[in-house]
Design a protein. Structure first.
Length: 92
């Protein structure tokens, strides 16, 4: 049984995709929570490919991943991701 734990992220979506409102994003966040918990937080590394605002990488870190990296080809997305990392005191 996995308890639902609420974690809060501060996100500034800007022009980048990934504000957390889309059902697919919510589904991915739920999957990250279950998967990281099932792995007992043991050295879980996450690659947020096409990271946009970095919501998935940041979510993984909040759920206990040991590290996360984000990549994107959009310069604005990378700036948004960096800003979101700073606002949440998380490093990707």
């Amino acid at each position: 049984l996995i308890k639902s734990i609420k974690h809060q992220l501060v996100l500034e979506g800007g022009a980048a995709f990934g504000t957390g409102d889309h059902p697919t994003t919510r589904l991915c966040c739920s999957w990250l929570q279950r998967t990281i918990a099932a792995l007992n937080n043991n050295d879980v590394s996450v690659l947020d490919y096409g990271c946009g605002s970095a919501i998935l990488g940041l979510t993984a870190l909040k759920f206990g991943a040991s590290e996360a990296a984000g990549v994107d080809i959009d310069r604005d997305a990378l700036l948004s991701a960096l800003n979101n990392c700073r606002m949440n005191s998380l490093q990707m």
